[in-house]
Design a protein around this ligand. Structure first.
Ligand code: NAD
Ligand code: DAU
Length: 361
């Protein structure tokens, strides 16, 4: 049986992945290490909280003593590192914690994995690791920077991150790569495009727009709304990560994407239409500084080499996602109370940011 340390397992993708493992794969035990920042929520895991093969530990990936204890107590043989500060806008406002969690935290995990998994820990020239161990770093397409009208990111596209968030993720990727090149630690890096689906914190585009629509609040579209993202259902991302865990070749990077490019304004209009609301709710606000214009993932490597394919069409996925948020209004109420209101006011001071007569649409 595999003993999988999932970090950040109380966040959006991590919690979907924990459920994916426990509901679908009988042959693993899941240890979820999460600091429960504003983005971590144990309500995301109510369905599995009493599962006999699930263990939750509150704590941070920078806490080396705690991570060391977990490796020792649970015989960890697999790490899937989702833990991160993940929101670009927050990284613009307060970059430091992004560097601490996303870079230093990743390096702490790598060090401890190396300590427990290396067959001859005192031999600096040995590259022998216990068979079957793996460190999977969950990264992002944002490390590649921005595309123009054409082209797609492949795994060898040079890294050119533009935000403090993406720079911290790119740095972590480089450290992970270095542990493979220098020590031979069996690693994979996955770089996925934008995820959507249940349990996403409403600081991100889709749940924020659904919630605002539901509350008849204005929908803050940055700039002209023509920025393009390549959307993938979170369950397809989870299946892809599992595929890389099971079949990925050590040292390799795998892009993950849904071949589903959409401009932000299209998504916003689609949500308005699905919820029966009027386009007058759209408000164009000042653009995000350094806003990447377009992302698009070429997923040829993972589809041809590992046999993964996305299963959701966007039409099906977004319809299910909107229904999920409407049916789970208590979840939304819980995460949008308290601190969220302060965050929202800080981030979206409409009177100042609203563009007069934008006219870009
Ligand atoms: P999220 O913000 O919803 O969740 C992050 C989780 O990490 C939270 O539960 C939080 O409490 C936890 N965390 C934060 N700091 C921690 C620390 N120091 N120690 C332990 N736990 C900590 O993020 P998400 O959207 O689920 O993203 C998960 C991962 O996937 C991130 O690494 C992100 O970079 C990557 N990613 C996200 C997307 C996307 O569209 N959301 C796409 C590609 C890659
Ligand atoms: O591409 C993968 C990345 O996708 C992940 O690595 C990040 O963790 C994740 O947050 C996401 O980053 P984005 O910046 O693309 O996602 P976000 O939901 O913040 O924004 C999506 C697009 O919508 C982006 O072009 C900015 C725009 N936007 C966003 C918000 C929150 C708006 O126009 N208005 C908004 O209020």
């Amino acid at each position: 049986m595999k003993n999988i340390l999932v970090t950040g397992g109380a966040g959006f993708i991590g919690s979907n992945f924990v459920r994916y493992l426990l509901e679908g794969n009988p042959d693993c035990r899941v240890i979820n290490l999460d600091l429960l920042t504003y983005a971590g929520n144990l309500a995301n895991l109510e369905a599995v909280q009493n599962h006999p093969r699930y263990h939750f530990v509150k704590g941070g990936i920078c806490d080396r003593n705690l991570v060391d204890d977990l490796f020792c107590s649970y015989y960890i043989d697999t790490v899937v590192n989702f833990a991160a500060e993940s929101h670009v806008d927050r990284s613009i406002a307060e970059p430091e914690v992004f560097l601490t969690t996303n870079i230093i935290g990743t390096q702490a995990l790598l060090d401890i994995a190396k300590k427990y998994w290396k067959v001859h820990p005192d031999d600096k020239y040995s590259r022998e690791f216990i068979p079957g161990v793996k460190f999977l770093q969950v990264s992002t397409d944002e490390v590649y920077g921005a595309l123009g009208e054409t082209g797609m990111f492949i795994e060898t596209t040079p890294l050119a991150p533009n935000s403090p968030y993406s720079a911290s993720k790119a740095s972590a990727d480089m450290i992970v790569r270095a542990y493979y090149e220098t020590f031979g630690l069996p690693v994979n890096i996955t770089r996925c495009s934008n995820n959507y689906g249940p349990y996403q914190f409403p600081e991100k585009l889709i749940p924020l727009m659904i919630n605002n629509c539901q509350c008849d609040k204005s929908l803050p579209v940055y700039g002209d709304g023509r920025q393009v993202r390549d959307w993938l259902h979170v369950k397809d991302h989870c299946a892809a990560v599992y595929n890389v865990l099971a079949k990925g070749v050590a040292g390799e990077v795998y892009n993950i994407g849904g071949n589903n490019e959409k401009a932000n304004i299209e998504i916003v209009r689609l949500i308005l239409q699905a919820m029966g609301k009027d386009e007058s709710l759209i408000t164009h606000v000042q653009d995000r500084p350094g806003h990447d214009r377009r992302y698009a993932i070429d997923n040829t490597k993972i589809t041809t080499q590992l046999g993964w394919q996305p299963s959701y069409t966007f039409e099906q996925g977004i319809a299910e996602t909107i229904s999920w948020y409407l049916q789970n209004s208590d979840w939304m109420k819980q995460v949008t109370s308290g601190e969220y209101c302060k965050y929202y006011d800080r981030m979206y001071t409409m009177e100042e940011k609203e563009l007069s007569c934008q006219g870009s649409e």
